[in-house]
Design a protein around this ligand. Structure first.
Ligand code: C5P
Length: 227
């Protein structure tokens, strides 16, 4: 479904919302939980719908919630998800039109993405094959090596956020490559280490709701983002 039109570009978003939210407890997957009077998924759908350069949104969700999502988001295309996030993302990308030029993949569990992050992601894709918001790490990080621990230099590490954005063919090629990963930038870098990837500063607001503590924090942030 076309939300906005621009003759030069066809920018599509895949929102992955097929997770079961098992780390949170409770019956409802986190993306369907209520937050400030609307479900969590609604925040990111609104953010992309409000952006003039986004042409269409694909929501990937589990069979159980297909009808709900179709009814609740009639302007979006809704497709069934897969067993892993990667499977769900691949199904969403397959549902994007062949002429899509840029594709952004976003976690439904990150309700508070800003228009600025969408802008930066899209703008970077004029030049780079992939782009994503990241944050520096606040904690010291150690890695398990055999039976010991080794400290990593956190100055060289970043935490990835979403939306992760791609020139469409870069993302399609990464999914075709058969590599496995927890996010699409990872797939691109593993399948093509030469890929030109631009990482820019994300926002602490754009956190992923994973635990019940995150949900409490989200209730505070929601007051600023409700629309
Ligand atoms: O489980 P995690 O928090 O890493 O999931 C990140 C995002 O991926 C969530 O929005 C979740 O709904 C989605 N996901 C999916 N399909 C799966 C697993 C997760 O769309 N099979």
């Amino acid at each position: 479904m076309i939300l906005h039109s621009d003759s030069n570009q066809s920018n599509w978003v895949v929102i992955v919302a097929a997770g079961q939210g098992s780390r949170m407890g409770g019956d409802l997957p986190k993306q369907f939980m209520q937050l400030g009077g609307q479900e969590i998924l609604r925040y990111s759908v609104n953010a992309f719908q409000q952006h003039v350069a986004i042409h269409g949104i694909i929501i990937v969700t589990s069979d159980q919630f297909l009808n709900h999502v179709k009814n609740a988001y009639p302007a979006c295309e809704v497709v069934p998800g897969g067993v892993t996030r990667q499977d769900s993302s691949a199904k969403g990308v397959a549902a994007c039109p062949d002429d899509a030029t840029k594709i952004l993949v976003h976690d439904a569990a990150r309700p508070f993405l800003s228009q600025q992050i969408i802008n930066e992601c899209l703008a970077a894709l004029d030049e780079y094959e992939a782009a994503a918001p990241v944050l520096p790490l606040r904690d010291t990080i150690v890695m398990s090596v055999d039976t010991a621990w080794q400290q990593l230099d956190r100055q060289t590490l970043r935490a990835m956020q979403t939306p992760e954005g791609f020139q469409a063919e870069t993302l399609r090629a990464a999914h075709r490559s058969g590599v496995v990963g927890t996010d699409e930038i990872g797939l691109v870098l593993t399948s093509n280490p030469e890929a030109q990837v631009h990482l820019f500063e994300g926002s602490p607001d754009n956190f992923k709701i994973t635990t019940s503590l995150d949900l409490e924090l989200a209730a505070i942030v929601a007051a600023r983002y409700r629309s």
